[in-house]
Design a protein around this ligand. Structure first.
Ligand SMILES: Cc1ncc(COP(=O)(O)O)c(C=O)c1O
Length: 388
């Protein structure tokens, strides 16, 4: 049977190859340390797990969750008000998702027709591109370059492309580059999008993983943002609830209605018990959020100070759970370096090229192991590589 051609867009090449290599390394008896995939290793705070435990015991929570819990939407609106000073109408400007990925994947189905153009960051989190391609749209990769602090240069987008574009994907704090954006940047984005009638989709999954006192902003804080776009917020990293699958789209009510219509034909909502746990997370004490960020900051320092001492140094990220590491001296091919790191040191990182052509020259390291394991990574690198 012939598979649909759209599957050709979903290449798992790099990851399959790494998996194969990992098996060979493990067969040699070396325990592989995976700091490639960004899956949080920390547990949710006890009060969140307790809320989930209580919620699973309520028989009424086992119906189809066709309509989002009012208490959860209110909790989202209150959190946005407290954290970002942004007002949201819980009825029309908040939509619960099965993880923000659900919305990132499906929004294009509501806004992209075959042949429409979407502006997608390169390098970028892969689902932005896949969502567009699955909807039959065309991608215009917007370069995120180190000389522009990994922010898109709107003036460099050809007028003809900007005229045809219907969607612009943004993501700050950024995966994979760990770059951050300020209000001024979002003002430029809103001005560009309004001039061209483009829908802005901002993914703020790492809003709360920020270091050294830095506080990321919401796109919706920008005047005019709600008229021109939506933002995707996730509980996965903020509250270590990745497995619960809970996130939100917030912002433009018309856009959310389109996404809700697509979703109502695909799924029947998020398990009510998970929604109750989400409400507990958002409206409960927030010290757990600060503790999580402090944990990642310490990990960042252990790893990066260790690597710097070996001659592989780079600026420390101010947010996200990633280090976007330029290849060490003497290397220029990210897949080859990642393969060598796995072969020699038994450490998995993601080659930058897996995030787009302009990711070449970097590897992405996820801070998803504790300090002891990250020290072991430094030790293994020191034993197998010479950078100085
Ligand atoms: C930038 C970004 N957006 C969204 C997601 C997915 O988040 P969720 O678990 O809410 O679907 C991830 C997960 O790694 C991510 O890195």
């Amino acid at each position: 049977m012939n598979r649909a051609k759209r599957l050709d867009n979903l290449s798992a090449g790099v990851f399959n190859e790494m998996e194969e290599r990992k098996r060979r390394v493990e067969a040699r008896g070396l325990a592989v340390i995976n700091i490639g995939v960004g899956s949080p290793d920390l547990p949710p705070a006890p009060h969140i797990m307790e809320a989930l435990r209580r919620a699973v015991e309520k028989p009424r929570n086992y119906t189809y969750p066709l309509v989002g819990l009012r208490s959860l939407r209110l909790a989202v609106a209150e959190r946005y008000q407290k954290r970002f000073n942004v007002d949201l109408d819980p009825g029309s400007e908040v939509l619960e998702l099965m993880g923000s990925q659900d919305g990132l994947a499906h929004l294009a189905m509501a806004y992209i027709d075959p042949g429409d153009v979407a502006l997608v960051p390169d390098p970028g989190y892969p689902i932005y591109e896949f969502g567009i391609l699955l909807a039959g749209g065309e991608i215009y990769p917007v370069p995120l370059l180190p000389e522009n602090s990994f922010l898109p240069d709107f003036d460099a987008i050809p007028a003809e492309v900007a005229r045809r574009a219907k969607m612009l994907w943004l993501n700050y704090p950024n995966n994979p580059t760990a770059a951050i954006a300020d209000s001024e940047f979002f003002e430029r984005a809103v001005a560009f999008a309004r001039r061209r009638d483009i829908l802005v989709c901002h993914d703020v999954a790492y809003a709360e993983l920020a270091y050294d006192g830095f506080k990321p902003v919401s796109f919706l804080e920008t005047p005019g943002a709600k008229e021109t776009g939506v933002e995707f917020f996730s509980l996965s990293k903020t509250y270590n609830m990745a497995g619960c699958r809970l996130g939100f789209a917030v912002g433009n009510a018309g856009v959310l209605a389109g996404l809700a219509l697509i979703k109502s034909n695909i799924d029947y909502g998020v398990f009510y018990a998970v929604q109750e746990a989400g409400a507990a997370a958002l409206s409960g004490p927030q010290d757990c959020v600060a503790e999580t960020a402090a944990t990642y900051q310490k990990r960042r320092d252990v790893l990066m100070d260790g690597l710097a001492a070996l001659g592989w140094s780079m600026p420390k990220p101010r947010a996200s759970m990633f280090v976007w590491a330029p290849l060490p001296p003497g290397y220029s091919d990210s897949a080859a370096f990642a393969a060598e790191l796995l072969e020699k040191a038994g450490v998995i990182v993601i080659p930058g090229v897996a995030f787009g052509r302009r990711g070449e020259g970097y590897v992405r390291i996820a801070l998803v192991k504790d300090e002891k394991v990250l020290s072991e990574v430094v030790r293994r690198v020191s034993e197998n590589f010479r950078f100085k």
